[in-house]
Ligand binder design. Structure first.
Ligand SMILES: Nc1ncnc2c1ncn2[C@@H]1O[C@H](COP(=O)(O)OP(=O)(O)O)[C@@H](O)[C@H]1O
Ligand SMILES: [Mg+2]
Length: 217
C-alpha cells in the first residue's frame, strides 16, 4: 500500500514545497521508499531542490520528479511506500485529482486573514468536489511570532470542519538557508528550530496514518 499525501494551496509561496520536503526527508530517514511528485511544472522547485541535495551529497537522497498529469504520477506511486504531491501555485483540475487520490490533504497557511480566507475557500471547494472534510488539514506555516495572532487563527479555523495540525513553522531566515542547501527544514543546524520543524513533521505523519487507517476501516 502506498500512503499518499497532497500539499496544496490557492497561492504560491505559502509552504507547500517546504512541507513536502520535510515529509520526504523524515519518512526516507525512517526507511520508507519515498518520492515527491512535483506538480509545479513551471518552476519545479522541489525537483531543483532534490538536485541541490544530491549535489551537496546529503543523505538520504530524495527522489523528485515533475508530473504534468496526476494519472501518470499515480502509476509511478505504486513503486513507493509514501508519495507526496507538491501542488502547483494555484489549485487546478490536476491539484483536485491529486487531492482525490490522497489519504491526506495538507493546506499550509499563514495566520493572517489574507491567507486564512483563501485557504478555507480551497478546503470548501475540495469538499464540494467530494473530498471528505476529515481528509483535509491546515498547517500554520511562515507565521509570525505572535502567540495571540496564532491563537486567533486557530480559533478561526476551528469553526471550519477541517483539522488544524499541531505546531507552527515560523518565518526564519535559517529555514530558507537550509532549503537553499538542499536540506529539509528538519535538518537545520539550529536545535530550537529543528524541534519546531520536527513537531510539524510528526503532526503530518500522524494525520496521514490516521486518515489511511480510517479509509481501511
Ligand atoms: N518558515 C519559513 N521561514 C523562512 N522562509 C521560508 C519558510 N517556509 C518557506 N520559506 C521560503 O518561502 C518560499 C516559499 O516557500 P515554499 O515552501 O516554496 O512555498 P510554495 O511551495 O507554497 O510556493 C521559499 O523561498 C522558501 O524557501
Ligand atoms: Mg512550491
Amino acid at each position: 500500500m502506498t500512503y499518499k499525501i497532497a500539499m496544496v494551496a490557492q497561492k504560491g509561496g505559502v509552504g507547500k514545497s517546504t512541507l513536502a520536503r520535510i515529509i520526504a526527508v523524515e519518512s526516507a530517514k525512517g526507511g520508507l521508499q519515498t518520492k515527491i511528485a512535483d506538480l509545479d511544472t513551471q518552476q519545479t522547485t522541489s525537483t531543483n531542490w532534490a538536485a541541490r541535495r544530491a549535489t551537496n551529497g546529503l543523505e538520504p537522497p530524495i527522489r523528485a520528479e515533475a508530473f504534468r498529469s496526476v494519472d501518470v504520477a499515480l502509476q509511478d506511486a505504486l513503486n513507493f511506500d509514501l508519495y507526496i504531491f507538491d501542488g502547483a501555485p494555484h489549485s487546478s483540475a490536476e491539484t483536485q485529482a491529486a487531492c482525490r487520490s490522497a489519504d491526506m490533504v495538507v493546506i499550509p497557511t499563514s495566520e493572517g486573514l489574507d491567507d486564512l480566507h483563501p485557504s478555507v475557500l480551497l478546503a470548501n471547494n475540495l469538499l464540494k468536489a467530494g473530498i471528505p472534510a476529515n481528509k483535509v488539514a491546515f498547517a500554520l506555516c511562515i507565521t509570525s511570532d505572535s502567540t495571540r495572532e496564532i491563537a486567533n487563527a486557530r480559533a478561526y479555523l476551528a469553526q471550519t470542519p477541517y483539522a488544524v495540525l499541531d505546531g507552527e513553522i515560523p518565518f526564519r531566515a535559517a529555514f530558507k538557508t537550509a532549503m537553499d542547501q538542499g536540506k529539509a527544514i528538519t535538518e537545520t543546524s539550529f536545535p530550537t528550530l529543528r524541534k519546531r520543524a520536527d513537531a510539524m513533521a510528526q503532526s503530518i505523519i500522524d494525520a496521514v496514518v490516521a486518515a489511511a487507517e480510517r479509509e481501511v476501516a
